[in-house]
Design a protein around this ligand. Structure first.
Ligand code: IPE
Ligand code: IPE
Ligand code: MG
Length: 239
């Protein structure tokens, strides 16, 4: 059977696909372009991906777009990225909604510009009734920050007695979203960089050297085919 003809059964298909969008800077450098042009190309790529991911029947699609550590970059790059986020949200929400996707943002709300926060809220409300795909954009997200925020929120809720995993989970940013089944990282780096720390306990990983703006449907297919061949045991024994 040719690759394109393989139809993944539900068990062999991730319910939640997560991507660490890495390599925008290197993509730009290779072309002698400013780094922000790489970020622009990377954000553009997301529209196609939403379409492709939806076609695969994936229910949750999360992307790591800006980490709690990315504030350490030069101010020009940070403000440029914030402007691109603003532009992207304003211009692309209708297309994303037309795909049946609900936009959700995930991360700390502090430090983000007020008008960007307003736009994020607007995009979430505007797409809230869409049910085919949850498109989760992690901006100012850090796994450690999420765990700490959950602990503090749990304490504030007045919780008494021993804390269980379920208790803590209720205080995560998106408690209803299942853990990522597959995490793809582009551009050759073999690390998580503080993404989905708690949630990735049993995630499968897929790494590719392709820079994010060059990622495409064929690359996605490769990753999904690879995932389909994995055996997830969760500490148990072979089925
Ligand atoms: C990923 O691309 C996007 C963000 C972290 C905002 P990079 O900007 O990290 O690209 P490289 O790693 O420098 O190539
Ligand atoms: C991870 O990429 C964060 C995002 C993709 C948003 P980085 O490029 O910031 O990660 P490091 O610094 O190489 O670990
Ligand atoms: Mg990087």
């Amino acid at each position: 059977m040719k690759r394109a003809e393989i139809i993944l059964t539900d068990e062999r298909k991730p319910q939640h696909l997560a991507i660490i969008l890495d390599g925008n800077g290197r993509w730009a450098k290779k072309r002698n372009l400013p780094r922000l042009m790489g970020h622009r190309a990377g954000l553009r790529k997301l529209e196609d991906m939403v379409r492709l991911v939806k076609r695969e029947g994936i229910r949750y699609f999360s992307v790591y777009a800006f980490s709690t550590e990315n504030w350490n970059r030069p101010i020009m790059e940070v403000t440029g990225l914030m402007s691109l986020f603003r532009y992207y949200i304003r211009r692309k929400v209708d297309e994303i909604k037309a795909e049946g996707a609900r936009i959700r943002f995930c991360g700390r709300k502090d430090r983000l510009p007020e008008d960007l926060l307003e736009q994020m809220k607007w995009a979430e409300d505007y797409t809230a009734d869409q049910k085919i795909l949850d498109f989760i954009i992690c901006i100012n997200y850090g796994g450690r920050a999420e765990i700490l925020d959950a602990v503090n929120s749990l304490i504030q809720s007045g919780h008494q007695g021993q804390v269980t995993e379920e208790d803590l989970r209720k205080h995560f940013y998106l408690p209803d979203v299942p853990d990522p089944d597959l995490i793809i990282r582009t551009s050759g780096e073999l690390r998580l960089s503080n993404f989905w720390l708690w949630e990735s306990a049993y995630s499968e990983y897929y790494f590719t050297n392709i820079h994010w703006p060059d990622f495409n449907g064929d690359e996605l297919r490769k990753a999904l085919d690879d995932y389909a061949g994995r055996e997830r045991r969760y500490g148990g024994l072979k089925k």
